[in-house]
Design a binder for this molecule. Structure first.
Ligand SMILES: C[S@@+](CC[C@H](N)C(=O)[O-])C[C@H]1O[C@@H](n2cnc3c(N)ncnc32)[C@H](O)[C@@H]1O
Length: 359
């Protein structure tokens, strides 16, 4: 990170030169010592730094990008959001531009200038695509957003920084940082309203995979002793799926465990413990808790990754936090507790579900 004010000034200075069309391929900028001072190599000591490096590589992959571009509900949501809310003359930051598609939507909508920021090498493709498609008012900035500077704040920030667990792509950190530094008072974040769900579920019988020790009778073989070998690895207790045929039904009436509006919230204000009690409305085997998200731009413009929503955006997975199997009858009370150290790091999540009132 550029940490001192002089370093920040230097980064901003070189960004400005680039925006003015002055090549950075000058002697100064090519000096390895100067580059290392302006943009020191990252130390990957914290989980956030390690994630950032992973993210940079992950989104350089064309298949990752094509899955997002082929996700029709996602694309329609963003196309409509930008058509409705980006106005002629707006200055826009596209945080994490990828192939540049949201920047292109904003440009076509009449934005005066779009700053398309991405730390991954995919931005080279974005530049080429823009040139080939006749887009001229987009500045491509190949930096991490925390190192992106402007002299004047913008009207709109567009972003697609939602992970399967909503916060696990550092959306809060990245968007809130830009909001504080580079968004006009009263400026718009698209999208800004999110709901996070954590619903008790029953899986379809033919799709259920219980814990290995719960397979008591495998063609006459008893596996229950495997419980002594319960894995310590947190990944074992979470399943990921994009498949609509896995979850049979929610056991209680779905309700968000958290609502955030990125215009106002800060990461520090997210609660680190969420507890709720709900009555079972549909009986079944309690297989786990499914985590998914919704993003809202207007009442009639909502993006969903719910496993039971036929219009769900299919490239997002949903996550199942596994539970020891139990049966829950209608009317039973489920009490769910989710404790986290860091919402952006699902490895720090711990969950528990107690039940009362079933036989
Ligand atoms: C989910 S993709 C969205 C791509 C594109 N906006 C779209 O909608 O198709 C997120 C993109 O953000 C980039 N990214 C993530 N965090 C970033 C950050 N803090 N600064 C710059 N780029 C970032 C990734 O490299 C990736 O290309």
């Amino acid at each position: 990170m550029a940490s001192s004010p002089i370093q920040r000034l230097s980064v901003a200075f070189f960004q400005k030169l680039r925006r003015l069309g002055i090549s950075l391929k000058c002697k100064l900028e090519n000096s390895p010592r100067l580059r290392a001072w302006i943009d020191p190599p990252e130390e990957l000591s914290t989980p956030a730094e390690k994630y950032r490096k992973f993210n940079e590589g992950y989104f350089a992959d064309l298949h990752t990008q094509e899955r997002m571009l082929a996700d029709q509900p996602r694309m329609q949501f963003y196309h409509e959001a930008i058509s409705r809310h980006v106005k002629k003359g707006d200055r826009v930051i596209d945080l994490g531009t990828g192939t540049g598609i949201l920047a292109a939507f904003a440009s076509r909508q009449g934005a005066e200038r779009v700053y398309a920021v991405d730390h991954s090498s995919i931005i080279e493709h974005a530049k080429q695509l823009a040139a080939e498609n006749g887009i001229e008012n987009v500045d491509f900035e190949d930096v991490h957003s925390s190192k992106f500077y402007l002299d004047e704040p913008v009207d709109v920030i567009v972003h697609e920084q939602m992970g399967d667990y909503l916060f696990d792509e550092a959306m809060m950190t990245n968007v809130c940082d830009l909001r504080e530094r580079l968004l006009k008072p009263g400026g718009l974040i698209l999208p800004s309203q999110f709901e996070l769900f954590c619903e008790p579920i029953t899986l379809h019988d033919e799709r259920r995979v219980p814990y290995i020790w719960e397979l008591e009778d495998v063609y006459g073989f008893d596996f229950s002793s495997m419980e002594r070998s319960r894995p310590q690895d947190v990944d074992y207790y979470r399943l990921v799926s994009c498949d609509l045929g896995v979850v049979k039904h929610f056991m209680t009436e779905p309700a968000p465990i958290m609502k955030v509006d990125l215009h106002h919230i800060s990461e520090a204000r997210l609660p680190l413990k969420v507890k709720f009690t709900r009555k079972v409305t549909q009986a079944g085997i309690l297989d786990g808790l499914v985590v998914y998200m919704k993003a809202k731009v207007d009442d009639d413009l909502v993006l969903s990754s719910s496993p039971l929503d036929p219009g769900r955006a299919p490239h997002w997975g949903y996550r199942i936090l596994r539970l020891d199997q139990s049966y829950a009858e209608v009317g039973a009370e489920l009490e769910v507790t989710l404790t986290v150290e860091d919402w952006s790091d699902p490895d720090t999540w711990e969950w528990y579900c107690g039940q009362w009132g079933s036989e």
